[in-house]
Design a binder for this molecule. Structure first.
Ligand code: DX5
Ligand code: ZN
Length: 216
């Protein structure tokens, strides 16, 4: 058994059948549930918010991996903590550099794991100073905003740069265009958590799709 954490993105689920689609990935062996929160400002799309996250918490048996693609994330940490998030990841680009550490501390003050994400254009050097405070770094391998986009191989080159400077326990997650092949590219470069939306939810056999990512 590998120790790659598989986090299916419910953005690719059928929103009219969320509970069914959550159970599907749980039964197929998913480790976490990835919840993509978008505000129409930080990214050009609007998706899931606090009330839906709280409803998901009632039926989910695995940790909620909440990916905030929003401006002013500090304002929404407490509501998402109360809604049942287990991991909260925010974007480096959404916060002044001088405030990043305090947002991480805010997440941790609720007893949650804290993640920091970078978009394709952001250099990994920007987040190196924060690695010691973080539980997870999320390297975006597409421009955030939509599921079903094509993996950007250049972004995966950030992984070894971060891995080389990170504490051993840091979870290094990738998100965007991940399938069995692109997942392998990322795990070979140091990722140990894979987010996948379309690859898992559009597959005829969800269990095999998750298994193939685990072996990536
Ligand atoms: C993109 C989201 C991703 C997305 C992944 O902005 O953060 O989590 O849902 O979907 P796929 O795996 O289909 O690229
Ligand atoms: Zn995401």
């Amino acid at each position: 058994m590998s120790d790659i954490i598989i986090s299916p993105s419910i953005l690719s689920a059928d929103f009219a059948n969320l509970e069914r689609d959550i159970k599907r990935v749980e039964e197929a062996g998913a480790d976490w549930l990835h919840i993509d929160v978008m505000d129409g400002h930080f990214v050009p799309n609007i998706t899931i918010g606090v009330p839906v996250t709280a409803s998901i918490k009632k039926v989910a048996g695995i940790p909620l991996d909440v990916h905030l693609m929003i401006e002013n994330p500090a304002k929404y940490i407490e509501p998402f903590a109360n809604a049942g998030a287990d991991i909260i990841t925010f974007h480096y680009e959404a916060v002044d550099d001088g405030k990043v550490k305090s947002v991480i501390e805010q997440i941790k003050s609720f007893g949650l794991n804290a993640g920091l994400s970078i978009k394709p254009a952001t250099s990994p050097d920007k987040i190196i100073p924060f690695l010691q405070y973080l539980d997870m770094v999320l390297v975006m391998t597409v421009e955030p905003g939509f599921g079903g986009q094509t993996f950007m191989a250049d972004c995966a080159e950030k992984l070894p740069v971060i891995r080389a400077k990170a504490p051993e326990t840091l979870i290094l997650q990738v998100d965007g265009g991940i399938n069995d092949k692109t997942g392998r590219v990322c795990t070979e470069l140091g990722a140990n958590s894979l987010v996948a939306g379309n690859y898992i939810y559009k597959s005829a056999d969800i269990k095999s799709a998750i298994m193939s990512l685990r072996q990536a």
